[in-house]
Write a protein that binds this ligand. Sequence first.
Ligand SMILES: Cc1cc2nc3c(=O)[nH]c(=O)nc-3n(C[C@H](O)[C@H](O)[C@H](O)COP(=O)(O)O)c2cc1C
Length: 381
Amino acid sequence: MPTSRRKFIALIGGGLILAASASLAAIATRQPRTAHLPWDMAGLDPEPRRRALSFALLSPNPHNRQPWLVDLSEPDAVVLYADPDRLLPHTDPMSRQITIGLGCFLETLRIAASHGGYRVDITPFPDGEDPDRLDARPVARAVFTADAAVTPDALFAHIPTRRTTKDPFDTTRPVPDTALAALTAAVRSTRFGGSVAPGDIADLRLLTHDALTVEIETPRTYKESVDLFRIGRAEVDANPDGIDFTGPLFETLAATGLMTRESVLDPTSQAYKAGLDAVYANTDTAMGHVWQVTETNTRADQIATGADWVRLNLAATAEGLALQPLSQCLQEYPEMAAYHAAIHARLAAGGGTVQMLARIGYADLPSPSPRWPLETRIIHA
Ligand SMILES: Cc1cc2nc3c(=O)[nH]c(=O)nc-3n(C[C@H](O)[C@H](O)[C@H](O)COP(=O)(O)O)c2cc1C
């Protein structure tokens, strides 16, 4: 996660910088060695399903858990399963968001296959579904058919530079209404909403900020995130998923022991306070917000939400616009209930489920986030 010099100084103070030795400087410039390789490997495998899968695994997904497992034993088909070890039971008790991430995966698979001349017919939950929990049944069956009539999806070009931007946005650059129109055009089936009006921005900055406070001050939900912190290059290469902290600041903090999973859990620590400042710097610099609503909240709705979310994210990339979901107020655990009700009253007053809420704005393109290689996600070749 790249971090500005301003945050660096704020976090560890001038004294440590003065004390920094040449060896510390060498540590600070370390980069992950293998965690980003799947971004370079995408498209290299000539087998049509593996080629499309190599793009699909670059999809956005909650906490970068990459909860996908695929069975390729049936010719021309990909059977997708949710990895039961990669769910988020505290912040995502019904696996609604994990399912949205799997919808992102399936849509990216479809987009990539369209560029190889393949149509992909996707059947969500072919053996049925449980609305309360993901079980061992398949999430989807995707059948590949060579089809000369398939239209290559133009969003494909933006897969390699699509990001979730977890840095503050440029508050001197307003987002024009025309940018929202480009995002609307990308959405297929969910109800899309967006606003760049100053009054809405102020209200939603506050609501998303306060909802983040609830997540962090609820010990089990905060710990669920902290357990997924990968601090510094070595941890990120060993587990290329979760919430990654790399770049000069975090290499230095990891090497000096100033940031550990224990210290960030301690509300009296400097690392805890710095972490709060960093996440509030994001909610508080929203330059607009976008959201998606579905009338019902079936597993198929969640898959459709993911398909539209990744399309939005790719369309935003094409516009040079940055996005970051701010999902806390949409989450279904008791401590969040007041914010869940408030966001639904505001964005879905006539009924329905707010499935995604994100801030939009402008920022430098961040580094790609880590990924597990495709081989590790195949259960039957
Ligand atoms: C359903 C869903 C919810 C998400 N919620 C958040 C969120 O609340 N905050 C955030 O920073 N990112 C959120 N993300 C983005 C993921 O963290 C991100 O996709 C993942 O870390 C991989 O990074 P990438 O999108 O840059 O490849 C969400 C993504 C999905 C699909």
